[in-house]
Design a protein around this ligand. Structure first.
Ligand code: URA
Length: 440
């Protein structure tokens, strides 16, 4: 191992608003990965980037160097394009679960490397960990084997993938430097680029339960990620989607797995169905397997209806070690949590608000999410049968069901959740689920 670079001139350059060259950024990432830069200097550099920003060339160099800081998945040459989706996260966002098998059935290879939830944002791996026997931590060789055999895999990042991001993110988390668009962009895309993708669809959420609360901020992040993804050789598109209300009618790990299976069986909620089919359709257009979005939407709809993605889901579960009989027995149960209570409407009219932030916070506090990375998650708790904006509701009808570990927790959740809803006399005007598409 060579001698570490003198890091001070880089901190001073960025502090003074200068542009770093790709070589400097490459050496910086190399030394971060090797643990040669003290945290106090790295923290100071991150703060300089937070205030001064990085231009597209600097962000590209950072992203590629981070990608190359560890293992990059390798696949043999094949006519099936490698694709994935990334969501900036929200409440009830289970799109990855039905999307991966749908994409596999549409002729893609899908190495879907996902993350865990933190705070009110659910994580795909936590949802899958609610399935008995299902393994989310796989070595790179097994990930590529399953993709070639089944067509899709959903698993976590290996220890050896993008180690530079692990170090940088841990430090950003405790130095107030997470909310920097170039750093977020490099962090997210370096992990996606390590999958060796041909095309990527980004679901950038805005609203009260999203990472980016305003549409303007979500658009800024989406544009930066689309530019960078394409610059790095991956056909990248983004959609901006509403996260003021939860996606679907269930939130909480196991309840979301159930709703994902319902979606694969054509019985899922409309918004989830629409988002899953739309993500698949955009990828079909991006990779030129369809001439237009309307043709692609029909192709994705027909594929989902055929039942093949539902069978592919079982195939993926088996390949990742799940006990299918136990899974089917659990699916047939109405609930797993010991206590269920119904929150009822006190008036008749139309649901005009169903606040995803309040619902996300309550589920986290019921034990379904993490306050810190170390929190042990209760997979069985959450909410289902959620009434959504626009639904007609009578006094005494169910606004949602609470699945809790104890009566006391259920009652305290009920009080808080009653504030998540508003019912109005007239139907509310509903926001569009997908409000913009960014990229070619
Ligand atoms: N998610 C990531 O993976 N990285 C960020 O920087 C922010 C969100």
């Amino acid at each position: 191992m060579g001698v570490a670079m003198n890091f001070l001139p880089l901190i001073e350059s960025k502090r003074d608003g200068k542009i770093l060259d790709p070589r400097q950024i490459h050496d910086l990432v190399r030394d971060v990965t090797a643990g040669k830069i003290p945290d106090y200097q790295l923290a100071s550099f991150l703060m300089a980037v937070f205030f001064r920003g990085l231009n597209t060339e600097e962000t590209t160099a950072l992203t590629l160097a981070m990608r190359d800081s560890g293992d990059v998945l390798k696949f043999p040459k094949d006519k099936r394009p490698l694709v994935d989706k990334h969501s900036t996260g929200g409440v009830g966002d289970k799109v990855s679960l039905p999307l991966a098998p749908l994409l596999a059935c549409l002729g893609f290879w899908v190495p879907m490397i996902s993350g865990r939830g933190l705070g009110i944002t659910g994580g795909t791996l936590d949802k899958l960990d609610s399935i008995s026997g299902f393994k989310t931590l796989l070595p790179a060789k097994r990930i590529t084997e399953i993709v070639q055999k089944v067509g899709c895999v959903i698993c976590g990042q290996t220890d050896r993938m993008v180690p530079a991001d692990k170090k940088l993110y841990a430090l950003r988390d405790v130095t107030g430097t997470v909310a920097s668009i170039p750093l977020i962009t490099a962090s997210i895309l370096s992990k996606k680029l390590a999958e060796s993708l041909d095309a990527l669809i980004l679901d950038v959420k805005f609203g009260c339960a999203a990472f980016m609360q305003t549409k303007a901020d979500a658009r800024k992040l989406a544009k930066a990620m689309v530019t960078l993804g394409n610059q790095c050789g991956v056909n990248t598109r983004a959609i901006l989607t509403d996260m003021n209300t939860p996606l679907g009618r269930a939130a909480g790990n196991w309840l979301e797995v159930k709703e994902s299976v319902a979606c694969l069986e054509g019985k899922g909620p409309n918004d989830l169905h629409k988002l899953v089919v739309s993500c698949a359709a955009h990828l079909l257009v991006q990779i030129r397997k369809a001439k237009s979005l309307s043709v692609a939407l029909k192709q994705a709809e027909d594929c989902l209806k055929s039942g093949a993605p539902r069978r592919k889901w079982d195939e993926m579960l088996l390949a990742q070690g799940a006990n299918l009989d136990a899974f089917k027995r659990r699916l047939a149960l109405d609930h797993i949590a010991p206590v269920i209570i119904e929150l009822k409407s006190t008036s008749t009219g139309y649901v005009s608000r169903c606040d995803a932030r309040i619902i996300g916070e309550v589920i986290r506090d019921l034990g379904g999410g993490r306050l810190t990375k170390e929190t042990k998650v209760n997979f069985d708790v959450g909410v289902d049968q959620v009434a959504k904006p626009g639904d007609e509701i009578s006094q005494g009808a169910i606004l949602l069901r609470i699945h809790a570990a104890s009566k006391t927790e259920a009652r305290s959740a009920e009080v808080r959740l009653s504030k998540a809803f508003a019912v109005s006399a007239k139907p509310p005007s509903l926001p569009r689920l997908i409000s913009e598409v960014i990229g070619n």
